[in-house]
Design a protein. Structure first.
Length: 40
């Protein structure tokens, strides 16, 4: 089993970017869904 280095800042930065991208994606999908439902 691989043990993470105590100060593996690069990995944490990458995870932050991935989580931010997911949050923005879900936010955009929610806006698109609301817009699509409004058009019905």
């Amino acid at each position: 089993m691989r043990r993470a280095a105590p100060c593996d800042a690069q990995e944490f930065l990458m995870m932050d970017i991935v989580m931010a991208a997911l949050a923005i994606g879900f936010f955009a999908a929610g806006i698109g869904y609301a817009y699509a439902c409004e058009r019905l």
